[in-house]
Ligand binder design. Structure first.
Ligand code: SPD
Length: 306
């Protein structure tokens, strides 16, 4: 997939824990020949795991921010948009409330935090390849990693591709692929093999959602991802919302089912949303409908198969 990004701007040797008042420190995510720069007040953590570099900084504008291999993964200020979108949209589309949910990636814990707002959930499996992401999110992002120790959570610290390949058929009501970008450790999570296994692991009336990248910064990548999804799933559409700190800001997620009549709206009941509305900063019944109204250029990239 054609994409260029950069290694973390902050390396271990440059790491500082206190900043002199005269020092002007900024971090930039460079993505496909454009960049988003944040003023850094403090470098909180900088390390390299078996899989990737992991940097945590306190920024002036977006609060605490986590970068993996130099790419922004989450910020305290806008994480709610991404995490509410990837979780509540599929959860409220189901014909019957979800009991078993699988999150692939998502080691920061934001997605499972949202999933656990649904009282029907008996178990959520969090399958994250990099244990350091889990560890440092719990340590440094208490409002995001807050549910990782919830007794309903089963942690699988391993490769999501291999995990998916070994699941029993029809194991989960919802599968959420909360991956990094399609380079590095996340690459396998964008393949036909992975999605074929995921379809097998999904219950007949289940929903799979995946983060499908930036409509503005990676249009050809988006097109390619949807091509793969449509080769596997009988029903594929997409939705989008603005995540200010992600490249190009206009972010997309897929909504895939086994073609058993479950669509984003077929079983949607706005009155059910009310039950958790007070706990959400972004998602509500109106948003559920609005996000599927794709701009024309996005429709061309996604070309829903419905
Ligand atoms: N370019 C950033 C894409 C990251 C998507 N996943 C973020 C993980 C947050 N739980």
């Amino acid at each position: 997939m054609m994409m260029t990004t950069t290694a973390s701007v902050l390396t271990a040797t440059e790491t500082q824990t206190t900043q002199s008042p005269t020092m002007d420190l900024w971090v930039t995510e460079r993505f496909n020949n454009a960049g988003f720069t944040f003023k850094v007040n403090r470098v909180v953590h900088s390390s390299r795991s078996e899989f990737q570099s992991l940097d945590i900084v306190d920024t002036e504008a977006y609060g605490r921010l986590m970068l993996l291999d130099g790419c922004v993964m989450t910020t305290e200020k806008d994480e709610f948009i991404y995490h509410e979108m990837i979780s509540h949209v599929p959860m409220f589309a189901l014909p019957t409330p979800a009991k078993r949910v699988l999150v692939i990636g998502g080691g920061d814990g934001g997605t499972i935090r949202e999933v656990l707002k649904h009282p029907s959930v008996e178990e959520v499996v969090l399958c994250e390849i990099d244990g350091d992401v889990i560890k440092y999110s719990q340590q440094y992002f208490p409002t995001i990693g807050c549910e990782i120790d919830n007794p309903k959570v089963t942690l699988e610290v391993r490769d999501g591709v291999a995990y998916m390949a070994n699941l029993a058929p029809e194991s989960f009501d919802v599968i959420m692929v909360d991956s990094t970008d399609p380079i590095g450790p996340g690459e396998g999570l964008f393949t036909q093999r992975f999605y074929t296994d995921a379809m097998n692991a999904l219950k007949p009336e289940g929903v799979l959602v995946a983060q499908t990248e930036s409509l503005m910064a990676l249009p050809e990548g988006v097109k390619k991802i949807y091509g793969v999804l449509k080769d596997v799933f009988p029903y594929v559409t997409g939705y989008c919302a603005t995540v200010p700190t992600y490249p190009g800001a206009l972010w997309s997620w897929s909504f895939c089912t086994k073609g058993t009549g479950v669509t984003p709206f077929s079983h949607f009941d706005a009155s059910q949303v009310e039950a958790i509305a007070g706990d959400c900063q972004y998602y509500n019944a109106g948003v559920h409908h609005a996000v599927f109204a794709l701009p024309n250029f996005a429709k061309k990239l996604i070309q829903p198969k419905v």
